[in-house]
Design a protein around this ligand. Structure first.
Ligand SMILES: Nc1ncnc2c1ncn2[C@@H]1O[C@H](COP(=O)(O)OP(=O)(O)O)[C@@H](O)[C@H]1O
Ligand SMILES: [Mg+2]
Length: 349
């Protein structure tokens, strides 16, 4: 049987570069080598694309880009090439590829940019397409579309970097503290601050504006965060719901990757009726935002059992121990099976 050639893209010009290295490492270790021929392309923090042929550890410890195997390589936008161009000095060689798996988190990878390039190139791409990736990346846009689909979101105000102090205080006067100030396009809690009173609002905005010119200021929702893993194009597989138990203010970058004071419960400690409602709402969001392949849909569950949409992660954390694969393990899927299914779904017409 002819092997399917899969390009795994990792790294990326994003604040979540490091997270991508860990996710990609897990996928490379678990992908079925009998079935797939894997070609690795790393994207450095600066945005150089390098074909890499070393071991997984050098990806995980971020020394891969110094490896002698690295050669510049790009995805050809020309669909007749249907592959990557390896730029070895004056020599350009084409490697035909069947599918690309972008394991990139955040900007310049999860946000529709790479997906758009692959659409131009005519190469199947694992996960959501260009439009859906972009819609999900922008929290403000995603919230508006969720509202149109009848799903609640936190009460919020959107501001741009040109806003005056006077206007800022006027526009946020309707919001009840504490507030979350977040870049509209970001991830892993980077640039997000929880603000308890007006004195700290401008500092929080300053931080968020380092990451995006559009910032969401939203009321903190009481309760806890729950996630729903969805896998599929038309026919959907839904994982178990998980729950984040926090003992600090919020799930910040350090907490997400160390779980020092917080805990993830899988399955969530909720009744089956609430779990079903969360799954149904997640499907509404998945459809409304045009998702394909996979996504993790996150909500808050209030003490009154109200479901409030938070965000969709179109390339969720993807190590073998991450939330998304764990939720699917909850219904009996192994990590290699999830990878296999994602590639199959990408190649589905
Ligand atoms: N409106 C909110 N109410 C309560 N907690 C929030 C709210 N918005 C964000 N958080 C907290 O901040 C974390 C990161 O925010 P989120 O919007 O999920 O951004 P990211 O894309 O960085 O994960 C969440 O996991 C949650 O702990
Ligand atoms: Mg989040």
């Amino acid at each position: 049987m002819k092997k399917t050639t899969v390009v795994i893209l990792f790294g990326g010009r994003s604040a979540e570069y490091e997270v991508s290295l860990q996710s990609a490492g897990s996928v490379i270790e678990s992908i079925d080598a009998e079935k797939y021929r894997v070609v690795l392309i790393g994207i450095t923090r600066k945005g150089e694309w390098l074909k890499y042929n070393g071991d997984v550890q050098c990806i995980q410890n971020d020394t891969w880009h110094k490896h002698p195997s690295c050669v510049p390589a790009i995805i050809s936008p020309d669909p007749s090439a249907h592959g990557i161009l390896v730029l070895n000095g004056r020599n350009i060689t084409t490697i035909p590829v069947d599918v690309v798996f972008p394991i990139l988190h955040g900007r310049n990878g999860e946000d529709g940019t790479v997906q758009g390039l692959l659409e131009i190139a005519g190469i199947p791409c694992v996960g959501c397409g260009m439009l859906s990736s972009a819609l999900c990346m922008d929290k403000d846009v995603a919230h508006r579309l969720a509202n149109l689909a009848g799903v609640n979101t936190p009460k919020s105000v959107v501001v741009f970097s040109s806003i005056s102090d006077k206007e800022l205080f006027e526009r946020t006067a309707c919001l009840k503290y504490p507030l979350f100030v977040k870049p509209s396009n970001s991830g892993s809690s980077i640039g997000i601050t929880k603000v308890f009173n007006q004195n700290k609002l401008k500092d929080a905005l300053y931080i968020a504006f380092q990451h995006d010119r559009k910032v969401l200021i939203e009321e903190a929702v009481d309760g806890f965060e729950v996630g729903c893993a969805i896998l599929g194009n038309e026919i959907l597989t839904i994982g178990e719901i998980d729950e984040i138990e926090l003992s600090q203010d919020f799930f910040d970058y350090t907490e997400k990757y160390t779980l020092k004071t917080s805990k993830i419960h899988m399955p969530a400690r909720i009744d089956s009726y609430t779990a079903r409602r969360i799954k149904e709402t997640a499907v509404i969001i998945y459809r409304a935002l045009g998702c394909r392949g996979f996504a993790r849909v996150d909500f808050f569950l209030t003490p009154e059992n109200e479901i409030v949409f938070n965000e969709v992660n179109t390339i969720p954390g993807f190590t073998a121990n991450s939330r998304y694969p764990n939720m699917l393990k909850g219904i009996g899927m192994t990590f290699p099976e999830i990878i296999d299914e994602l590639i199959r779904l990408a190649m589905e017409p």
